[in-house]
Design a binder for this molecule. Structure first.
Ligand SMILES: Cc1cc2nc3c(=O)[nH]c(=O)nc-3n(C[C@H](O)[C@H](O)[C@H](O)COP(=O)(O)OP(=O)(O)OC[C@H]3O[C@@H](n4cnc5c(N)ncnc54)[C@H](O)[C@@H]3O)c2cc1C
Length: 352
């Protein structure tokens, strides 16, 4: 074990609060915490235009991950901890690589990709996410756009630990050819495995590729397409277009979106009651409950902000809500609700 992450020899759970322990132990080594997983940045490497790969080592409280899962990093900027999710590739039991693409106007992505210094320590959450490979070898169609490539890389590295027993095709979209991450690594994977096809689709340039809703996807016959399990990952619009194009025409469709959905048809406001504090708020109907609460200075527990990690789940005691990605409306009382991805449709009472 690296000396820098060795935990203290005594186990003080019984007589110290985690916060107090972390405060004093952290003065000696920020990775020494009672329960909180932490990660230290070992190095930052360029990973293509506007992207860097951060190699991190966690402390012993981080429980590891399955390929395709994500973690939430807590990044301190101007005295505030901002949380963002990333999809690591596991390099060792406690070592992971996170590739961060800068997003226009994005605070955390620019900081991580351009400024984060080796030695910096971040809060890191336990891994979450249901993106997974089928239990038995099956023909796969992997669709990625932008930072959606990161879980695909992790899945592919895992798949290629033994020869493929069914065809796998990865289609990966970026605006410009310079923005592809892991291009050499993906090409090497395809060169070494005859059942793997890697298709890089740049939508600008001299021969622009079609977007996912019109792309021929390797001219797979409908009967071949019907055999494929699809995993799609990227911005909300990309995932929605992939779903519209393929759902019902393939053997299975799993998707995770990295950006929030845009909602335009819910207008006006409703009354939101927070049952525990008795607070009453007026909030917009078209906005996620998490964003509305934050806009009023309330800071509910949350993680990925995309409806994947469940950290923000609370109970809807009464009233109606709409899932912002699927459009599903619900009004059952005493029902768990992820406030990051649901908006109110009527007056609402939450157990918060
Ligand atoms: C489960 C999950 C896994 C993720 N994995 C990765 C990963 O491995 N690598 C990675 O680089 N990013 C990943 N992301 C995105 C990441 O969490 C952040 O959203 C991203 O780094 C931008 O944060 P920011 O603070 O710079 O931008 P913010 O300040 O949060 O946002 C700035 C603006 O950019 C838009 N925006 C935010 N994120 C994106 C995006 N990904 N694409 C396009 N527009 C965006 C916002 O709508 C906003 O308008 C993941 C997101 C989720 C939910």
């Amino acid at each position: 074990m690296n000396a820098a992450v060795r935990p203290p020899l005594v186990s003080p759970q019984r007589w110290l609060s985690p916060g107090l322990f972390d405060f004093w132990a952290g003065k000696l080594n920020p990775l020494w915490t009672l329960q909180q997983p932490m990660a230290r940045l070992l190095r930052r490497e360029p990973a293509g235009e506007g992207a860097s790969t951060l190699v991190l080592r966690t402390n012993r409280h981080w429980r590891g991950m399955q390929p395709g899962q994500h973690v939430t990093l807590g990044v301190e900027l101007d005295g505030r901890i901002l949380q963002r999710s990333y999809s690591p590739t596991l390099l060792g039991r406690r070592e992971l690589a996170i590739t961060v693409k800068t997003v226009d106007g994005g605070r955390v992505s620019h900081h991580l990709a351009e400024q984060a210094k080796p030695g910096t320590v971040f809060h890191i959450g336990q891994a979450f996410g249901e993106f997974s490979l089928p239990a038995h070898p099956a023909p796969l169609l992997l669709l990625a756009a932008g930072s959606g490539i990161t879980p695909m890389r992790s899945l592919l590295r895992n798949l290629l630990q033994s020869p493929l027993r069914a065809p796998v095709d990865l289609f990966y979209w970026e605006r410009d050819a310079g923005r592809f991450n892991f291009a050499d690594e993906l090409a090497a994977m395809a060169a070494g495995e005859p059942q793997l096809g890697v298709h890089l689709c740049a939508t600008r340039g001299s021969a622009p590729a079609l977007r996912v809703d019109q792309h021929a996807l390797g001219a797979l016959e409908p009967s071949a397409l019907l055999q494929r399990q699809v995993l799609a990952c990227g911005p909300d619009g990309f995932v929605a277009a992939a779903r519209a194009r393929l759902q019902g025409q393939v053997a299975g469709f799993q998707a995770e979106a990295f950006t929030p959905p845009v909602v335009s048809d819910l207008t006006g406001t409703v009354q939101l009651t927070l049952a525990r504090s008795g607070r009453q708020l007026t909030v917009p109907r078209g906005q996620s409950l998490l964003e509305s609460l934050e806009a009023q200075g309330i800071k509910p527990k949350h993680g990925c902000r995309m409806g994947i990690c469940n950290t923000c789940t609370c109970t809807r005691m009464s009233g109606g809500t709409r899932h912002l990605r699927t459009g599903e409306e619900q009004g059952e009382p005493a029902h768990p609700l992820r406030i990051c991805i649901n908006a109110p449709t009527t007056d609402l009472v939450l157990d918060l």
